[in-house]
Structures are given as C-alpha cells and as structure tokens.
Design a protein around this ligand. Structure first.
Ligand code: ADP
Ligand code: MG
Ligand code: MG
Length: 213
C-alpha cells in the first residue's frame, strides 16, 4: 500500500506540468513584484522537459528511481533560472533515494523528500525564513515524515504534508527576501507570497492526487 511505480511517477510529473502550465501567468506576476517575472515560464519549461524525458525512459521499462532522475536532469537543463537548477537537483536526489526494482513505499517517499530538501539547501544555501521555496519544503518534509512515522499510508501522508506546504507558502507573504533575485527589491515583496514556495505547494498538492493507496 502507498506504493509508487514508475507509471505513478510519470503520472505525477504530467499532473505537475499541467498545474504549473495553468498557473504560469500568475507565477510570473508574483515573480515580477520583486524578481524578474520569469518564474512561471521557467516552471513550465522545466516541467514539460521533465515529462518528455520521463515518457521516453519509462517506455524502456525502467523503475521509479530512473524515471525521476531522468526527469530531474531534463528539468535542470531546460528550465533556466535558479528554481530550475534547484528543482532539477531536488528531483534527481529524490529519485536516487527511490528503489528501482520494486514500487516505492511511503517510507521511501519520506526519505526521498528529505533528500530533495538536502539537495536544495546544499545547492542554494537558503535557510528557513529567507523567503524561498525552502520555506514550503521544510514543513512539507517534516509533516510527511511524521505522518509516515505515525503509520499513515503514502497518499494520506502526502496529502496532509502538501496542505502544510500550502499554508507555509501562504505565510511567506509576511517574509522579506534574504536571498535570490528578489533581494534588491525585497521590501516590495512583503505582503505577497514567494513565487517558488507557491509553485512548489501547487505541485505537491497535485502529486497527492495521483498517489494510490
Ligand atoms: P530566477 O530567480 O533565477 O529568475 P525563478 O524566478 O524561476 O528564478 O525562481 C525564483 C524562486 O526561486 C524564488 O521565488 C525562490 O523560491 C527560489 N529561490 C531563489 N533562490 C533560492 C535559493 N538560494 N534557495 C532556494 N530557493 C531559491
Ligand atoms: Mg525569476
Ligand atoms: Mg530569472
């Protein structure tokens, strides 16, 4: 139960690409307030490249790990921007933690999410409170880990954790950016949520819908 096969990973990537495409203009507007306005475009480019790569490798019969690693590499290569590099590293690290010859369990998902957070912080050096996607990812990882430890099934655990990520992304509105392109115009961003935290929460909620069991 709570098992994610290669096909589940592919479905998750498709649903992420769909929700990000639908949100592209809104994410661009959010990023234009204090950043350079390209966040929606970058997320659409990255996620559609990830989908293409995933579709190509799953046809070769590989497992969930290889699908996610290929998707992450394609995302980083095609998205451009800070968030593209971070998403690429996150997906690759998540994929590295998944099994390749059996479906992923809820425990695997929690370990993968923790590895993704690690990779994001190793690469971007952002801490909690800097007003980045890390401010949504930390609460997500913590909530997922505790729900899985309490015995929740993969889908329920992910759903609860994704809701935490949404609340956390909304709370970034109060913060002042301390890193990234929004920093020079940081004060303008107060009152508006961080674009990267917002898109991450959207993606995580969408993934909950494709997990089974
Ligand atoms: P760019 O800033 O290069 O134009 P995007 O607009 O696609 O890239 O992404 C901006 C988002 O990236 C921010 O809203 C923030 O969430 C995230 N971000 C920026 N720098 C960092 C960092 N060092 N660590 C984590 N996330 C970051
Ligand atoms: Mg930008
Ligand atoms: Mg940019």
């Amino acid at each position: 139960e709570g098992q994610a096969t290669a096909a589940t990973v592919v479905r998750a990537l498709h649903s992420v690409a769909d929700v990000l495409r639908a949100a592209e203009d809104e994410l661009g507007r959010l990023d234009a307030i204090a950043g350079d306005g390209d966040h929606g475009r970058g997320m659409t480019k990255g996620s559609s490249a990830a989908v293409e790569a995933a579709d190509a490798v799953v046809a070769q019969g590989v497992g969930p790990s290889a699908v996610l690693v290929a998707a992450g590499d394609a995302w980083a290569a095609k998205a451009g921007g800070t968030s593209g590099a971070l998403w690429g590293a996150a997906l690759r690290s998540f994929g590295d933690l998944l099994p390749d010859h059996r479906p992923a369990t809820a425990e695997d998902l929690a370990a993968g999410a923790a590895a993704a957070l690690n990779a994001v912080q190793r690469l971007g050096r952002a801490e909690a409170g800097d007003k980045t996607l890390v401010d949504a990812l930390i609460p997500f990882v913590e909530a997922l880990r505790s729900a899985v430890a309490d015995g929740s099934r993969g889908r329920d655990a992910w759903q609860q954790a994704a809701r935490e990520a949404t609340r956390a992304a909304e709370r970034t509105a109060e913060l002042t950016p301390r890193t990234g392109r929004a920093r020079p115009l940081a004060e303008r961003s107060v009152g508006t949520p961080d674009p990267g935290a917002t898109s991450l929460a959207l993606a995580l909620n969408e993934i909950a819908g494709v997990l089974t069991g």
